[in-house]
Design a protein around this ligand. Structure first.
Ligand code: GLN
Length: 540
């Protein structure tokens, strides 16, 4: 912690309301700084008491995003990876729970012997250490730290205090950005600045003066409004940045560039702002995204479809894969509990591709099995992810191999044919948090397979989040019966990919390919699946 620290820190707080898009603004700013040649990483501090979001229901928290090193994290980390070229890790997501757990462990070890352990300084010091973990690796010029929640929440107070202290200690090497809302009152026909003023006032009561304000708005902020916000919030006028509603989240970096958010941030951090911004590839992606030549319909069969954030990375992976195929992907969110043999044709026949989503537990499983069968029997391109792959195995066992009542031991522990079974190393585990098979594992792909055709590689690494696996006792029977295990973990021999060579495009993967799809590198399975769906649509 010194003035000469090489890494610069940028803190992003939010006020007035939640869901203003702090994650996207942080990712967009990160993208712009990266496009100027700086190495950037983004971290999220979450004020809840869960140690990580892994144990939370997707209805509560949306998708749980998994990093290479197996951290179960906030879905904003997915945005950071999709926008930037830096991969994230456990250090990129820190919760109140993790901070307290670490402080309590230290207290029990006797690290604070003789002292009363308190929020200030022990919790705040722990937060400060976690914020600087990434900076101290020496890998990054800039660390952006997004503070979850809204200023004024009781939960986020220690985080704001830690940011205040860090800003003071790091002097010119840290700045803070506050994201607020400037609502439009249609009855008055006016944009209102008071909520922003109050939010900044609240922040200043906590000792934090924002250097930049990013104002979410539905209408453009004119010069008078900017001047008014600047004057009453104590920021420079050019540091009042408009963040107008965008058609796509991928437009936001360009909108932020127009507003010069990156330039202002660099100037305030004392970094050079005359470097070129390299966004050619990004603009090409946007060009393809906005001018599709074709359109396809994909059904996403899942049990959390009411909350689309539950499948965030899958939806984004389709945007990347669609753009790379110059094709608009229209996602149809289909509730697995509502699919049955009677309505299968009506619900699924107009689709060009069927994706059966990941998940846990038995709710909606029968609908997923019906969807798999429909895709298999009607030559509709199919992609099964994690539980979706397991459903493909169960369905094939039951309806093709005649393994009566074949099931996953997760759903029917006493089934006569546990074609999906608990992994050996999971059997003795009773704790729920962070105990699944998590993070990146290698997979060897068989040459000549569909998987090999889409990946164009012999070996891949993909991220996992599951407890159950394909039961290798049945492998021979499946392979001779027409379902191939085309991807295998070279060490544990766990089956990672299954496919049906007879079918135009039928593939199930035990891992989660969606976590690795980015604007720069659309995920090959999604690209291949969209390509196959396009072909299916054109042949109809
Ligand atoms: N519930 C299944 C398992 O634990 C699948 C998990 C998933 O889809 N992520 O193996």
């Amino acid at each position: 912690m010194s003035k000469s620290s090489l890494t610069k820190y940028l803190f992003v707080t939010g006020g007035v309301a939640s869901s203003l898009g702090k994650g996207i603004v942080s990712a967009s700013l990160g993208k712009l700084l990266e496009a100027r040649g700086y190495t950037v990483t983004i971290q999220k501090l979450d004020p809840y008491i869960n140690v990580d979001p892994g144990t939370m229901n997707p209805y509560e928290h949306g998708e749980c995003y998994v990093t290479n090193d197996g951290a179960e994290t906030d879905l904003d980390l997915g945005h950071y990876e999709r926008f930037l070229t830096t991969e994230t890790s456990q250090a990129n997501n820190v919760t109140t729970g993790r901070i307290y757990q670490s402080v309590i462990d230290k207290e029990r070890r006797g690290d604070y012997l003789g002292k009363t352990v308190q929020v200030i300084p022990h919790i705040t010091n722990e937060i400060k250490e976690h914020v600087q973990l990434l900076g101290n690796t020496g890998q990054f010029d800039i660390v952006i730290t997004e503070i979850g929640g809204t200023v004024g929440d009781i939960e986020s107070l220690p985080f704001i205090e830690a940011v205040r202290q860090l800003k003071w200690e790091l002097e010119g090497d840290a700045i803070s950005i506050h994201l607020t809302l400037v609502p439009y009152l249609s009855a008055a026909g006016e944009l209102k600045t008071k909520p922003t003023q109050n939010s900044v006032k609240k922040l200043r009561e906590l000792g934090l003066q924002p250097d930049i304000l990013v104002c979410r708005t539905e209408h453009s902020l004119n010069s008078d409004i900017r001047r008014k916000i600047a004057l009453f919030c104590n920021v420079e006028k050019d540091a009042v940045i408009e963040s107008i509603d965008a058609e796509s989240i991928y437009d936001v970096p360009l909108l932020m560039q127009e507003e010069q958010l990156d330039k202002v941030a660099l100037r305030k951090l004392g970094l050079k702002d005359d470097t070129d911004v390299e966004l050619k590839m990004w603009k090409e992606f946007l060009g393809r995204l906005k001018n599709p030549k074709h359109e396809i319909h994909i059904g996403l069969i899942g049990k959390y479809v009411e909350l689309r954030d539950a499948y965030k990375s899958i939806a984004e992976a389709f945007i990347h894969a669609g753009a790379s195929n110059e094709c608009k992907v229209k996602l149809h969110w289909i509730h697995s509990e509502e699919v049955n043999t009677e309505n299968a044709k009506k619900t699924l026949d107009n689709l060009d591709g069927i994706l059966v989503a990941p998940g846990f537990g038995d709710r909606g499983i029968d609908g997923k099995l019906v969807a798999v069968r429909y895709a298999r029997e009607n030559n509709i391109p199919f992609l099964g992810i994690c539980l979706g792959m397991q459903c493909a195995v169960i369905e094939y066992g039951r309806n093709v191999l005649h393994l009566e009542n074949a099931h996953s031991a997760e759903i029917n522990p006493t089934t006569t044919h546990p074609v999906i079974d608990i992994m050996e190393e999971q059997k003795s585990i009773t704790e729920k948090g962070g105990t699944m098979r998590l993070g990146a594992y290698p997979c060897s792909i068989e040459k000549g397979s569909l998987a090999h055709e889409v990946y164009e590689k012999d070996n891949i690494m993909e991220r996992h989040r599951h407890r159950f696996e394909f039961n290798n006792k049945y492998k021979e029977q499946y392979e001779s019966g027409g379902m191939k295990a085309s991807g295998i973990n070279p060490e544990s021999k766990l089956v990672e990919i299954v496919e049906i060579p007879e079918h135009p495009f039928f593939i199930g993967v035990q891992f989660h390919p969606e976590y690795k799809s980015t604007v720069a590198n659309p995920q090959p399975l999604f690209v291949g699946f969209v390509g196959a769906a396009l072909k299916h649509a054109q042949n109809k």
